[in-house]
Write a protein that binds this ligand. Structure first.
Ligand code: PMP
Length: 353
């Protein structure tokens, strides 16, 4: 048996994969969902249900529109400034890691953008604190930093629209969504598989005249066409649909949040106890989704990866930019996988270090 700690694409519950299998297959009477027109009633209903679920599992008010787009997370790095940048105002980015930094670099193509605060100086082990600016077109933050394993917990109301990249924590915990004016998540972590992106936009945000922009990039096109403007990534939509139904069956986001906290606290507990490993992020900023840690030396880290593989543990190597380990504890990861990892860490400390 494999214990899948990959950061994304990442673990999908067995029951979701089984349902996808049967919907992808065709019979004498039924075509596969992948080989019918996206204009058909059957696919239209699938999209409509997916968008409904994407909003209802978050218990969002009707203030938000939700759309399903192509292009994963990174497409939003330029689509956001394209749609929201005022010509004379500056947008402010909170630099809590490389996903925020890359989004900022894309924003520089469209109007003015600045880094409001950064924790680069300490290797992004903590979250930067920041002050509000007088005149801003929007603020931008990444609520969970997939690479460095930090997560924002206390988000406060700001004096301009707040944009959130929630690619690695949407559906894993309750967040004060109403404080955001736009938030999005790529779909390959807790929302299905790769290829898509869910974007939530508060009504009224797009009102101002942003001039002439390409139709495909204009959020209003996709809102008006109910995410069927061009041919959507049908397989990704199917996977998101089934994953959202699975979230409902599990008792919803609040129930998953409890489970995720339990998994994270078990693993951090072991990292803090074990003499061979140290946590990367500062304790008060630790993420429940991506647990980042190091071994005593590079040599020991390499040995641990091979050692853990013998017990079926896969995907724990850290992001290539920082090395070490990263155990991603997304919704579908069973607590038993975390327990196996902890057993292996203890055994390694006893016998191999
Ligand atoms: N933002 C965050 C927080 C991410 O973790 C990722 C991918 N891991 C991205 C953006 C980029 O997503 P994609 O690869 O789908 O473009």
């Amino acid at each position: 048996m494999k214990h899948n700690f990959y950061a994304g694409p990442s673990i999908i519950d067995e029951s979701v994969l089984k349902s996808a299998g049967s919907l992808v297959r065709k019979t004498d009477e039924y075509l596969s969902i992948l080989e019918i027109s996206h204009r058909s009633k059957r696919f239209g209903e699938l999209m409509e249900e997916t968008l409904f679920l994407a909003k209802s599992v978050l218990r969002l008010s009707d203030e938000f529109d939700v759309i399903y787009l192509h292009g994963g997370g990174r497409q939003q790095f330029y689509q956001i400034p394209f749609n929201l940048s005022g010509l004379f105002k500056t947008s402010y980015y909170i630099d809590s890691g490389s996903w925020a930094m890359q989004a900022y670099q894309e924003a520089l193509h469209f109007g003015k953008a600045e880094i409001l605060a950064s924790s680069k100086g300490n290797g992004y082990r903590s979250l930067p604190s920041f002050e509000m600016m007088e005149d801003s077109s929007y603020y931008y933050m990444v609520t969970n930093n997939t690479i460095f394993g930090t997560q924002f917990n206390n988000i406060s109301k700001l004096n301009a629209p707040l944009v959130g990249d929630m690619s690695s924590d949407l559906f894993s915990r309750e967040i004060e969504f109403n404080l955001f004016d736009l938030f999005f998540s790529a779909t390959q972590k807790n929302a299905g598989t790769a290829g898509g992106c869910l974007v939530y936009i508060k009504r009224g945000l797009l009102k101002k005249d942003i001039g002439s922009i390409p139709k495909m990039i204009d959020y209003r096109t996709h809102i008006n066409k109910k995410s069927l403007y061009n041919t959507p990534p049908v397989f990704s939509v199917l996977m998101t649909n089934l994953t959202l139904k699975w979230i409902v069956q599990q008792g919803g986001v609040s129930h998953l949040e409890k489970r995720n906290k339990e998994k994270a606290s078990l693993l951090y507990g072991e990292i803090d106890r074990n003499a061979v490993f140290t946590g990367y992020a500062e304790k008060e900023h630790r993420s429940d989704m991506n647990v980042v840690f190091n071994g005593l030396s590079n040599e020991l880290e390499e040995r641990f990866i091979s050692y853990a593989e013998k017990s079926g543990i896969v995907g724990i190597h850290g992001h290539w930019s920082i090395g070490g380990f990263r155990a991603s504890l997304y919704n579908a990861l069973p607590i038993d996988s975390v327990k196996v990892l902890i057993d292996v860490m203890q055994e390694f400390e006893r016998t191999q270090a």
